[in-house]
Design a protein around this ligand. Structure first.
Ligand SMILES: [Zn+2]
Length: 709
């Protein structure tokens, strides 16, 4: 699945003041440490790209301590300024503060997501409450808030005013208007929530690792390709089980290998390992943590005078209110479940025709759906894969589409240091040929990497700081056995286009201020640029260019292309239901209004799914609550609906593009101008209207999914 940057969250943590919890960890700053720590000064690499050849685990804690102290002094100077508050001496001063801290944090959180280790995990856990309380000391600082309120807007341009508004709202949403005693309560809640979220992520990572299924007899893996078996053998060897096979878990409920495993018992084993991974009553059980998170988030909302956390959390989003989000989920979920029921009938018919003698279970779905797809559309995933080699898809697909639509070009950079040998780097050039950004890609799954795929910035664009974007896309593709080509599924191809859509949003950022630059937008807008970019994967001229057989270099035959297109609406009942049911779970957990509504995890989940009509046992949610990392470990709490919200935007905007000449440079420039380059510097409901000339319509999405004609 696709998810975005934890760094989006980080911009809200930002700056700070010293805190009591720091005392025992206070590190003396000596001059040698300052000289040797790569975070204390700007990187000398192009666009301040991180100096991964110099950065070591032991640099983070001192950089955090030093950064916190510097930041504390900066904030004190703003608050104690004798002059009347102005935009320059308050907002700009805030925007400029915390440089060292942010530089260290941004690299740190990228690494803890993509390449962590026990040392980094320990630091993460240690600093989570410190950073939370740090942010509180800024955003709950009455003197600072009063200065912001007093700023006059005369002479400010539109972007300045927007920045001022965003800061004001951020302070208000953090609780700057609360009484002193409520502020103390808020600080306590935030500190505990920060710790819980980190604990959730650490436990889940362990649970995912321990949940891997060990297979002794290769016969049980019947149906897997030779490469998949070799990869499982390598994983087993690395885990200390030489001669066996390890099926590692991905973060979603369904596991890609289920599609090919012929042995039903193995399928059941793998599926159950996935489903039950974090509810075994052992040290990696996440249920108590998430129940506590739901309770604390509710209490936080109550402090702020809101009935639920969802209500609080949607104030600054496009959706504005939980009802609007729930309404969308209903409009999408109802036809999706109906479609899934028809899909069940098709699959059961196939099982019966094969004299299977059993009822379809979730672990059978992908295995038989794949066969239905073959029968109905004559399309075989294994026929497709040889045409999707990772670097060809990237350079001749993703990059080619961007060049055609936006006029930008790419050059591989082997000279830049990277944080893992698998990471590759490119320099990006703008339509006028000028250098624009640095872009890294980290393709392969590792057991020290979070699941999913995401985009993140190492450096964010800003005219004020003179910085250009330095961006990374992280994936979890199965790493091929040594010497084998990296062939990926169409889903993986689509994910690559998706993450690159986020990258474009970061690349084309064109703001004075980082806080409202690039992808620093509401969650229910942020997936719009990424999801619309997925359409290019099937655009005929693009597909022709990248879908080349890895051995013969022949383009994909037109008959196969036609089949892929015809099959585009295939399985949409399942795919949409699993997403919408997960989004509904998220909204339900964050709509609780009293302690009594918070039941034990499994009971709560069951009640919600029943209440909203997601009762098909064959179609479980994409994430089961105990491993729903987006909402308990990441920044999507009361926000998972955002994917579907953005989906409405992208389907409608894509319709506008195809109705108006399609993939032309003129349309590319227009999309860049109104959508990709505005960051959060304008009203985004208005930005959509500026691009299409209308308010978003859900119909194109329902049509794309084949739910309506
Ligand atoms: Zn995304």
């Amino acid at each position: 699945m696709k998810n975005i940057t934890s760094i989006l969250l980080m911009s809200a943590l930002g700056f700070s003041i010293s805190c009591s919890t720091m005392k025992e960890n206070t590190t003396k700053i000596d001059d040698t440490a300052v000289l040797n720590n790569p975070f204390y000064k700007k990187s000398t690499l192009q666009y301040q790209a991180p100096e991964f050849d110099k950065i070591k685990d032991e640099h983070f804690a001192p950089a955090f301590e030093y950064g916190l102290k510097v930041n504390e002094a900066e904030i004190a100077a703003i608050v104690n300024n004798k002059e009347a508050a102005t935009f320059e001496n308050t907002i700009l001063a805030l925007e400029k503060s915390g440089e060292v801290l942010k530089r260290a944090q941004i690299v740190f959180y990228n690494l803890t997501g993509s390449n962590t280790n026990p040392t980094l995990q320990k630091i993460e856990e240690q600093y989570a409450p410190i950073f939370a309380s740090h942010a509180d000391k800024i955003y709950l600082n009455s003197a600072l808030y009063n200065r912001i309120k007093a700023i006059k807007t005369d002479g400010l341009d539109a972007e300045d005013q927007r920045l001022l508004e965003v800061y004001k709202q951020r302070f208000e949403l953090a609780g700057a208007n609360l009484s002193d005693s409520d502020k103390e309560q808020m600080k306590k809640i935030n500190a505990e929530l920060a710790t819980l979220s980190t604990q959730f992520s650490s436990k889940l990572l362990e649970a995912r690792k321990k949940g891997a299924v060990l297979i002794s007899d290769v016969k049980e893996l019947d149906g897997l390709s030779a490469d998949e078996i070799a990869a499982a053998a390598t994983d087993a060897k690395n885990a200390g089980y030489e001669g066996k096979y390890l099926l590692t878990l991905l973060n979603t409920t369904q596991q890609p290998l289920l599609q090919n495993l012929k042995n039903r018992a193995t399928r059941e084993k793998l599926f159950k390992a996935s489903w039950y991974r974090a509810e075994k009553g052992d040290e990696n059980d996440t249920r108590a943590i998430l129940e506590r998170q739901a309770k604390l988030r509710m209490e936080k909302a109550h402090l702020m005078g809101k009935s639920s956390y969802a209500e609080l959390n949607l104030v600054d989003q496009m959706a504005k209110k939980p009802e609007n989000a729930m309404n969308l989920l209903y409009q999408l979920g109802k036809p999706a479940v109906e479609q899934a029921k028809r899909e069940i009938v098709d699959i059961q018919a196939l099982i019966d025709a094969q004299k299977g003698g059993f009822e379809l279970a979730p672990w059978d779905w992908n295995f038989y759906a794949e066969q239905v797809r073959k029968a109905k559309f004559d399309l075989d995933e294994n026929q497709i894969k040889p045409y999707f080699e990772v670097s060809t898809v990237l350079e001749k697909g993703v990059f080619y589409a961007a060049e055609k639509f936006y006029g930008i070009t790419f050059k591989e950079r082997k000279d830049l240091p990277v944080y893992h040998p698998d990471v590759v780097a490119y320099e990006v050039f703008d339509r006028d040929g000028k250098s624009l950004a640095i872009y890294y890609l980290d393709f392969y799954t590792r057991d020290n990497k979070n699941g999913g795929a995401w985009m993140s910035n190492f450096v964010e664009q800003s005219f004020m700081t003179g910085t250009k974007p330095v961006i990374v896309n992280v994936f979890n593709y199965q790493k091929p056995a040594p010497g084998k080509p990296s062939l990926i599924s169409y889903d993986d191809v689509s994910t690559m286009f998706h993450e690159f859509g986020h990258t474009l949003h970061g690349l084309f950022a064109n703001q004075k201020y980082i806080t409202i630059s690039g992808t620093n937008v509401p969650r229910d807008f942020v997936e719009f640029p990424s999801q619309i970019n997925e359409f290019f994967a099937l655009e005929p001229s693009v597909l022709k260019n990248y879908a080349l057989h890895y051995e013969t270099k022949e383009p994909m035959p037109q008959t196969l292309v036609d089949k892929i297109k015809k099959a585009a609406t295939f399985n949409q009942g399942y795919a949409t239901t699993e997403l919408v049911s997960a989004a509904t779970l998220d909204m339900a957990w964050h709509s609780v209004k009293s302690d009594a509504e918070i039941k034990p995890t499994l009971d709560f989940e069951k009640e919600v799914l029943t209440k909203y009509g997601f009762t098909l046992p064959q179609v479980p949610p994409r994430y089961h609550s105990p491993y729903f990392a987006h909402i308990w470990g990441g920044g999507y709490s009361a926000g998972y609906y955002a994917y579907m919200w953005s989906d409405v935007l992208n389907a409608d905007a894509w319709k506008w593009i195809t109705d108006n000449g399609g993939m032309t440079r003129v349309n590319g420039d227009r999309f860049r101008k109104y959508i990709l380059s505005v960051g959060n510097s304008v009203d985004l409901n208005q930005a959509f209207k500026d691009f299409t000339g209308r308010t978003p319509d859900i119909k194109p999405l329902l049509q794309n999914k084949g739910f309506v004609k």
